[in-house]
Ligand binder design. Sequence first.
Ligand SMILES: Cc1cc2nc3c(=O)[nH]c(=O)nc-3n(C[C@H](O)[C@H](O)[C@H](O)COP(=O)(O)OP(=O)(O)OC[C@H]3O[C@@H](n4cnc5c(N)ncnc54)[C@H](O)[C@@H]3O)c2cc1C
Length: 377
Amino acid sequence: MAITTLPTHAEVAIVGAGPTGLALAVTLAAAGIDFVIVDRLAEGANTSRAAVVHARTLEVLDELGASKSLIARGERVSQFAVRDGGRRLLTVPFAALPTPYPYTLMVSQCETEAVLLARLRELGADVHRPYEVSSVVQDAAGVTLTMSTGQTLRARHVVGADGMHSAVREASGIGFTGSAYGESFVLADVAMDWAPGRTEVSLTFGSGGLTVVAPLPGDRYRIVATVDDAPATPDLAFVQQLMDERTPGQARIDGLAWSSRFRVHHRVADHYRAGRLLLAGDAAHVHSPAGGQGMNTGIQDGYALGRAIATGQLDDYEAQRRPIAERVVAFTDRMTKIATTRNPAVRAVRDAALSVLGHLPAFRTRLATELAELNYR
Ligand SMILES: Cc1cc2nc3c(=O)[nH]c(=O)nc-3n(C[C@H](O)[C@H](O)[C@H](O)COP(=O)(O)OP(=O)(O)OC[C@H]3O[C@@H](n4cnc5c(N)ncnc54)[C@H](O)[C@@H]3O)c2cc1C
């Protein structure tokens, strides 16, 4: 890709064109706000990352004019199931959710980014690449961004949508409180014969760890599993053995398209704003991939921040969005702890309680609403 000419001034500069930065850029473009968005990569990443788009995110993408083409590229999943080994404890249907999108959409992050970028271009804007921000300095009148090329960009406000190792957050001095999970996370995209089938996302409890299986477009599945000890690139035999231990008799893996081991952090920025610098997406919060909420929360941040800028309500942004990140971190933490308890008495009580609660429509609706992020409207 040719290096695009970088403007020298803008009302708002967005650092990072991942899903968060793109959602913000589309929101600002639609509102007619003058902005520039830069990314250090010559083109968008095409690695396997987020695969789940929740109902609330689809509502936001609808506001941005991007939901239809994303839905056309994905696969709809109508329920969420909880199991202990091979035993089903709970089924949470999404069908009755009060939303035009009563399902979870399985679609690759690259597609989500491609749809947002196409919408941005439709609105007459584009990402400036490759420009890496190497210095961020704010003063009373604005912020100066210096690129690694030496070029500068002056803006009234700068948004760090530059991911977990955010340079904007570093420059702002805002703390990133939290820690790393003790266990590793294994992620694998596989072709497999999976007994529960393709209509649900399933979460399996087990003393060895938590295991999530979700269908991916293209007849594949995404496996996410917490593991005490795993090789850096788990092979098919490793993943098959993991599934045999945790979901006995349910999974026969035929092919491994991609796998990796991650150390995952759970952290939330102490503030989302320091003067003229603002944070959104992974720059502001990171959590376990088990709930599939990282990218979703980021897109919703981008939209909320864009609306706050467009309506001159910047002070509301942190108050509106930071409690949500704290809640997502607490929810995924709690889920992981409940799912992986090694105490047999606690497990028995947990399983019995879930089986009973699973018959209560109000409980199922509450859980479906939390998973779909609809209470974050
Ligand atoms: C394997 C994996 C699986 C995941 N699964 C899920 C899932 O199922 N569901 C879910 O919701 N989330 C998932 N996530 C998390 C999700 O990918 C992130 O939450 C999401 O990408 C965050 O988007 P973002 O735009 O905030 O940051 P990023 O996607 O990290 O984008 C940041 C951008 O900033 C650019 N940048 C960084 N520094 C600079 C700089 N100094 N100058 C210029 N540009 C810069 C980068 O090049 C990048 O393009 C997963 C992540 C991984 C790695």
